[in-house]
Design a protein around this ligand. Structure first.
Ligand code: GLV
Length: 324
């Protein structure tokens, strides 16, 4: 170990090939065994770091940057969403901040579509029935779900992941409608046969509404009691973006009262907590934030974060910077 090698702190253990990339450019520290550090432990751990690889549950704000110290050059989050970061505060301090877009698009779209199938075809409910050893017999009216063909998938936020979900839905014979901060280029709309609708209209048109917008002050509780009341009673809600985009208590009420038919959720307002009433409902499919959780994708995300760190520490340009 030489004196002047950069110090790289990795807040949660990442895939070995990415650690190898980091070890080529500095001395790497991460908590062993892997665990979530408390905010106090985190601030102590990052003190003096030249580079930090963080995750979506680290609060990467001015206090975080100050705890690291003025020498910190780059913070690379292993996630595409960065609502946990105050990018302006980092930029003000001259810190490069990077995320991992692109590499998790398909895995997240697969998971969104998986939840859609689980809830519309009542697969979770069916599995619970079998595991409870409940007597059952096949009959023509048993556990009927909702078909997808000819139904409208409403996508909120037709970015990379929203588009990947749309491609899957097209293959299932669904129609695509979307809303978002802005319209996508005409060629994208044409390729996906996607029609743009104002948000209000999307709410009452969609048979399945899938959320793919980032969490921002504007999208926090975008799906509240009023929005849920605008949806069809036969509609399903899928959330694989960030929990706070949905008012979880209002959703639990809507699901219990038949305001909408069902929901598939991979993300929650106060992770790792899940609203207790959601756990009681049969018409909701739940996953513990698994959107990008494949070996291949998590490795690719970690590699991208590590390459961002390596680029900055060796005087190059980051690959996927987020601008403040
Ligand atoms: C996961 O939630 C991510 O933002 O990458």
């Amino acid at each position: 170990m030489t004196e002047n090698r950069p110090r790289i702190v990795v807040t949660r253990k990442i895939a070995e090939p990415a650690l190898a990339v980091l070890r080529e450019v500095g001395d790497v520290w991460f908590p062993e065994p892997d665990r979530a550090l408390s905010p106090g432990e985190l601030h102590t751990a990052i003190a003096g770091a030249d580079a930090i690889v963080s995750t979506l549950h680290d609060r990467v704000d001015a206090a975080f940057a100050d705890a690291a110290g003025p020498q910190v050059k780059v913070i690379a989050t292993v996630a595409v969403g960065y609502d946990n970061a105050d990018v302006a505060a980092l930029t003000d301090r001259g810190i490069v901040f990077t995320n991992t877009p692109g590499v998790l698009t398909d895995a997240t779209a697969d998971l969104a579509f998986g939840l859609l199938l689980v809830v519309t075809r009542r697969l979770g409910e069916g599995e619970r029935l079998l595991r409870a050893r409940t007597p059952w017999s096949f009959n023509l009216g048993f556990m009927l779900g909702s078909g997808l063909q000819g139904k409208t998938l409403g996508i909120v936020g037709l970015g990379q992941i929203g588009q990947a979900v749309a491609r899957r839905a097209l293959a299932f014979g669904m129609d695509i409608a979307y809303s978002g901060r802005r319209r996508v280029p005409g060629e994208v709309e044409n390729a996906l046969q996607a029609r743009y609708l104002p948000f209000e209209e999307l709410l009452h048109t969609a048979d399945v509404l899938s959320l793919h917008c980032p969490l921002t002050p504007e999208t926090r509780h975008l799906i509240d009691a009023t929005a849920l009341a605008s949806m069809k009673p036969s509609a399903f809600l899928i959330n694989t973006t960030r929990g706070p985009v949905v008012d979880e208590a209002a959703l639990a009420d809507a699901l219990a009262d038949g305001v909408i038919a069902g929901a598939g959720l991979d993300v929650f307002e106060k992770e790792p907590e899940v609203h207790p009433r959601l756990l009681e409902l049969d018409n909701v499919a739940l996953a513990p934030h698994l959107g990008s959780a494949t070996v291949e994708t998590r490795t690719a995300m970690a590699m991208l974060a590590a390459r961002n760190v390596a680029a900055v520490l060796t005087g190059g340009d980051p690959l996927t910077p987020v601008k403040g």
